[in-house]
Design a protein around this ligand. Sequence first.
Ligand SMILES: Nc1ncnc2c1ncn2[C@@H]1O[C@H](COP(=O)(O)OP(=O)(O)OP(=O)(O)O)[C@@H](O)[C@H]1O
Ligand SMILES: [Mg+2]
Length: 548
Amino acid sequence: MQLLEHRLQGGKDLQEIIMSNIVTEIENEIKGLKLKAQKENVGTVTEVGDGIARIEGLSDVQASELVEFESGVTGLALNLESYNVGAVIFGDNTSVKQGDSVKTTGKILQVPVGDAIIGRVVNALGEPIDGKGKIASSVNYPVEKIAPGVITRQSVSVPLQTGIKSIDALIPIGRGQRELIIGDRNTGKTTIAIDTIINQKDVICIYVAIGQKTSKIAQIVAKLESVGAMKHTIVVAATAADPAPMQYIAPYAGTAIGEYFLDQGKDALIIYDDLSKHANAYRQMSLLLRRPSGREAYPGDVFYLHSRLLERSARLNSEYGGGSLTALPVIETQAGDISAYIPTNVISITDGQIFLETDLFFQGIRPAVNVGTSVSRVGGSAQTKAMKSVAGRLKLDLAQFRALAAFAQFSSDLDPETRNQIERGKRITEALKQPPFSPVPLAEQVATLWAVTNGHMDEIDVTKIQEFVAHFLSHLKIKYKKVMDEVADKKIIEDSSLKALEEAVAEALKTFKPGSESFKKSEAAQKVEKTEYSVSTKKDNKAKGKKK
Ligand SMILES: Nc1ncnc2c1ncn2[C@@H]1O[C@H](COP(=O)(O)OP(=O)(O)OP(=O)(O)O)[C@@H](O)[C@H]1O
Ligand SMILES: [Mg+2]
């Protein structure tokens, strides 16, 4: 080629031509070069331990900026002091050593969001931990974001059905609401949250596990998978074994994932299980960062920690897409003490609370919801008409029952009216019981509560109420399916449906034979007996399969 040119140009020196070519090439390169000045601020680790690094020389770092350590591990600059910066380390903190260099990145913490993340289990940084490979998502959302303003919001009016009779009837939750689940250890808090996830059809659920045992999280994921609820669920897990910064960031990461769906105009539900452990992680982190401690050794901004998190749940108005993010934070109390620092904080931030009590749990009243002290401040306007028509009576009956319950032991000396009220109350309490992981559809809830509050179960022995409910519902499902579908669709009880219900309950009472084998064998009865998580690992399943 060059020889050919050489000939064409009439014998110019070959070397000269090559040189000129190189020069023009270099010239072109220089012309095309776009130089951008980039300032990189590099500092040195002076102290490291317990997941916290102290860095000198990072004079230009911003608060909550991501920093990168020499080993590639990232951290978050939290304390900006005169001579040094305190940063928390995400991931393997043993790889960070004294004397290592650290550089600023100019970025704030983000997590991948989008539809691709549905059905996955991720850590607090949005990285998959379920062994199902990479998450194909091109959108990232910042972990911390300012909550939607007043102008963009609208009030709660669409129900979020939990499938739990006592909650849907007495403490209704609306989409966009924040309802606290609070109670001592082992009172069924997580079960309520999981039941609610299982009951959702068009709502995307995010379960944020904070400071829980890995085995417990694995059980929950297995349960959700076995009932097909993982299809609309994302699990964000920061286990007890994860460093405190990961536990601290997990709920914010989960919320960012939820906000993506909120922005898409969809309905999402987020569960923070639990915020007591979150506050503990924050306390640990803050003390290590040498922030001054206040009440119960929590740092002064622990209220802001939770309020800025829960404020991000909202129902947007139609101008802003009409999406919603409902939050169910969980708080664990010690010996029922709701006046401790963290419980009072979160109670004041949320729109109501579901109180679970150990006493009720051990009396066999499960879910152990204390319907007297639990409230939902805004959910009433989101309750369906069908449910409203039975809930009013239910509330009244239960309130009277509570007032009279103290006299229950003297029942023989009581006047008939009081005795009837006590008997009715007992039956209602019985009808509200429900085994774990079996949410009840709206129409069935309405039919059950209608029957019991209207005295149709007064003649049945208290111990046989659950059996009768099962019998009544199966009768309805077989013979009155149309009526049930109508209640489910229209969400009101029409006069014709009411008539049908009356017929159905009369028939069910006639055909009811307590102690029938079919009930004992039924799933419902077995679930009542078996209170443990009925989740088994894959190995167990295989073993069972072999036995069969
Ligand atoms: N409605 C129910 N009926 C029967 N058993 C239940 C019911 N709800 C929960 N349980 C059982 O009670 C136990 C504790 O439930 P769960 O783990 O939900 O409680 P928790 O308050 O979240 O506990 P922790 O404080 O450990 O987080 C479980 O074994 C569960 O199966
Ligand atoms: Mg729990």
